[in-house]
Structures are given as structure tokens and as C-alpha cells.
Design a binder for this molecule. Structure first.
Ligand code: 5GP
Length: 218
């Protein structure tokens, strides 16, 4: 099992101006900048799909999509793996999908607890090669707790793919097997990552501004 390297977005990265890309009008006042444009997200996922495909080889894979934030990453990643399945004549990875729903955040603060609030019956994971598909690893606590829960169901292997990993002084040091981008310690939204359920309908990964935090606070 491999641990792939992230693309590192440095702390000084200013992001891209909203005026250079297409952003829904209803969010124009609520974003500081675009950290990762949607095209770059897609190109990076294409490579992650290839890395996962080569790592798993011919074994069946159960993708466990962590809702809601992971749903777009999971869809795009599985699309790209199934494209590889079609084009690699001699090798293919049978894939099925399960879903789990966790909640750990309110506004932009971690509540310090994770709750499994929905999803499939995890006993189906027994004996499976599981690929957990997550949007972002911040401190790493959520993933470590989730892995503790999942191992109780006796899967054969567990791999973790996270689109983003945040550079945090409070990090537990946890690193996923597959990671898209390592990002500065800023609260990001878009590409299914939300702030109190807003911004999932934004294609780019963006930094929320104070206006956005205030407007959509609960
Ligand atoms: P951790 O337990 O690693 O500190 O937190 C992981 C969870 O916090 C993620 O699954 C996500 O739900 C949430 N989270 C952490 N940072 C961000 C962020 O910058 N943006 C959004 N939308 N969610 C975040």
C-alpha cells in the first residue's frame, strides 16, 4: 500500500481573483479568493485515480464515501477509476460504493466529537478492501476516530483518499494514503465542502471571507 505525495499549496499563496473565473453570483460577496480552481481539482483527481488503480491492482474495492463533503470527490474519483477500467484491457478494479455520514463541525469550529449520523450498515465491510473517500483532513481526529470504528467491522484492508490535508499545528500527524493537495490553515468551501450547508454548489475550492462567515452563521 502506498502513501502518495500531495501537491503543496504554500502559506503565502494568494489564490486567484474571483474575477478571473466563473463564480455563482450568490457567493460573490462571501469569498476571499479561489484557492484551487475546478480544472486543477479534476486534473489532480485523474492522477489520484491512476495511483489508486495501480495500488489496488485486480482486487475488488469498496469505496466508502464520507458524506456530505466527500460526495463530489467520490463521484469524480470513481468516474476516473471506471474510465481506467475500460481502457486497461488486462487489469480492472471492480468497485462498489457505500456511504457514511459524519458530523464534527459547527460554523468553522470543530465540536471535538464525531457522530455517525447516517449511512449504510457497516457490517458489509467485512473482508473488503475499503477506500475511505473524504473531503478534508484538518487535525486528523475525525479520520482517526472513523478508522477506529471501521476496523471493528473486520475489513481486509483500509486505504484513505482525502482531497485536501490542512497544515495545522494541532495536527495529530495523521496522513492519508492518497492526498490531493496540502493547503494552508484557512477555512475552505466549495466542491461539496460547506459552511453550515452553504457553498456545496460551488465548483472551485475557495477561502470564505468574514462576510460569508457572518451571513451564513447559525
Ligand atoms: P478534523 O477532525 O480532521 O479536525 O476535521 C475534519 C472535518 O472537519 C472534515 O471532514 C470537515 O467536515 C471539517 N473541516 C475541517 N476543515 C474544514 C474546512 O476548511 N472547510 C470545511 N468546509 N470543512 C472543514
Amino acid at each position: 500500500m502506498v502513501n502518495s505525495q500531495c501537491i503543496e499549496i504554500p502559506d503565502g499563496h494568494k489564490g486567484y481573483s474571483l474575477s478571473n473565473f466563473c463564480v455563482p453570483k450568490h457567493y460573490e460577496e462571501d469569498l476571499e479568493n479561489i484557492m484551487i480552481p475546478s480544472g486543477l481539482i479534476q486534473d489532480r483527481i485523474e492522477r489520484l485515480a491512476r495511483d489508486i488503480f495501480q495500488d489496488v491492482k485486480d482486487e475488488p474495492l469498496t469505496a466508502l464515501c464520507v458524506l456530505k463533503g466527500g460526495y463530489r470527490f467520490c463521484t469524480d474519483l470513481l468516474d476516473k477509476i471506471t474510465t481506467l477500467n475500460r481502457s486497461h484491457g488486462s487489469v480492472s478494479v471492480p468497485v462498489n460504493v457505500d456511504f457514511i455520514r459524519l458530523k464534527s463541525y459547527e460554523n468553522d469550529e470543530s465540536t471535538g466529537e464525531i457522530h455517525v449520523v447516517g449511512g449504510d450498515n457497516l457490517s458489509s465491510l467485512q473482508g473488503q478492501n475499503v477506500l475511505v473517500v473524504e473531503d478534508i483532513i484538518d487535525t486528523g481526529r475525525t479520520m482517526q476516530k472513523l478508522l477506529g470504528i471501521l476496523w471493528k467491522y473486520n475489513p481486509k484492508t483500509i486505504r484513505v483518499a482525502s482531497l485536501l490535508v490542512k497544515r495545522r499545528t494541532e495536527s495529530t500527524g495523521y496522513r492519508p494514503n492518497f492526498c490531493g493537495f496540502e493547503i494552508p490553515d484557512k477555512f475552505v468551501v466549495g466542491y461539496a465542502l460547506d459552511y453550515n450547508e452553504y457553498f456545496r454548489d460551488l465548483n472551485h475550492i475557495c477561502v470564505i471571507n468574514e462576510n460569508g462567515k457572518h451571513k451564513y452563521a447559525v
